[in-house]
Design a protein around this ligand. Structure first.
Ligand code: GLA
Length: 388
């Protein structure tokens, strides 16, 4: 496939020069949802699907972008002197944002690039296609210009570009998973300190199955930013009573003792989710490390209930998928994953039950919702890399 992309690149931009190839993956989060901007823990892993980039340096300051996913848009041309967000730049606002964030840190991009992009993450599925594009761009810039930046810094640069160039106030999880992923491992990341540990995902006789609801409700970004604001206000109210830096500093018991400091019922529910979900993530990782996959699954289920009832980021279609999954023998755990309001669920399913899972849920979902779901039995892949 990469060879085909190179051929396409040469057809578009001409032959010659040195052509480089890169890949950055999407991610799925196993547990620890909406905790990454609350100083809590997350437990994502990189997928083997993601975004490919084919690149060649130019001598001028022109940047040409082409996406094999949006062929009709053709070549989109810009310049290093025009790194400002604009509606007409469309998807290229993501790579442009990363270039902007490098320059902001004092890394000077001294010449232009021809870039071809191709992604195989299903569009709008909540599996971090935009973070993978950001991390891909970060790796390209680091490599082409020889900048001495770590992959963790590339993740932070990606987040900065998303927050301050593209206007979504996301946490660090997605970019971190795409930059730092490791085959067959999930990343246990403390988002407060960025301390991380790789945990082998040993599921014995089970697989990770992602189910795409194929719905994406509008207002995702604004609802996401609302949740963030609610948590920030709740934190301030709690800080009047207890000395904490983030909601992730609290245990469940401490939260229960001090929760009356939060003056609004909705905000109390949001903060409760952040505190409990963080503790759940910590417990879930310990369970997995101890080989207790069953407990890991139970904590995934509890995570869903909390995201549905307290954080209110689920939706009817996702709840249907999770309810169906919970009823199937051999399903160890199932929950919504990612930002919410549509997108995907993640389930751990015993090998013997995978076919039944796909068949039963596929049929029932289509009957109830009126369109098909999609299923991906996934492997855990490496973080972003240069292709030799
Ligand atoms: C989105 C954001 C992440 C994280 C998740 C929810 O994917 O980009 O930073 O907050 O939602 O866990």
């Amino acid at each position: 496939m990469v060879q085909k992309l190179v051929e396409k690149f040469e057809k578009l931009y001409g032959n010659g020069g040195e052509i480089q190839k890169y890949f950055a993956p999407g991610r799925v989060n196993l547990i620890g949802e909406h905790t990454d901007y609350n100083g809590g823990h997350v437990f994502p892993c990189a997928l083997t699907i993601g975004t490919y980039g084919i690149v060649r340096s130019r001598e001028d300051r022109v940047i040409r972008f082409y996406s094999a996913n949006f062929e009709k848009l053709g070549i989109i041309e810009t310049s290093l002197d025009d790194l400002v967000p604009s509606k007409k730049a469309g998807w290229t606002n993501y790579p442009k944002g990363v270039m902007w964030a490098f320059e902001k840190r004092g890394y000077k991009l001294t010449h232009g690039l021809d870039i071809l992009i191709y992604g195989n993450i299903p569009n709008g599925s909540g599996l971090s296609s935009s973070a993978s594009l950001e991390v891909l761009t970060g790796l390209i810039i680091k490599d082409v210009f020889g900048f001495d930046v770590s992959m963790v810094e590339i993740a932070l640069i990606g987040q900065d570009s998303e927050n301050n160039f593209n206007g979504c106030n996301c946490g660090i999880m997605d970019q971190f998973a795409s930059a730092m992923g490791k085959k067959d491992h999930a990343i246990f990341l403390d988002t407060n300190t960025l301390h991380y540990e790789y945990a082998p995902v040993v599921l014995e006789n089970a697989r990770i199955v992602i189910t795409n609801s194929k719905v994406k409700h509008s207002l995702v970004d604004s609802a996401y930013n609302d949740r963030r604001n609610e948590c920030e206000t709740a934190l301030k109210e709690l800080q009047a009573e207890v000395e904490i830096q983030t909601l992730g500093d609290l245990t469940e018991q401490e939260f229960e003792t001090h929760k009356s400091a939060i003056k609004d019922e909705i905000r109390r529910k949001r903060a409760k989710h952040a505190v409990y979900e963080n503790q759940r993530a910590i417990r879930a990782v310990a369970a997995l490390q101890a080989g207790d996959v069953k407990l890991f699954g139970e904590l995934m289920n509890a995570s869903h209930v909390s995201l549905r009832d307290d954080y209110e980021v689920s939706c009817e279609e996702i709840d249907i998928l999770v309810d169906l999954a919970w009823k199937i023998p051999g399903v160890i755990g199932s929950r919504i994953t990612g930002g919410g309001f549509g997108g995907c669920t993640v389930s751990i399913v015993e090998n013997d039950a995978v076919d039944t899972f796909i068949e039963t849920i596929g049929k029932a979902y289509e009957e109830k919702v009126g369109h098909e779901a999609e299923f991906y039995v996934v492997d855990i892949g490496d973080g972003a890399y240069k292709i030799a």
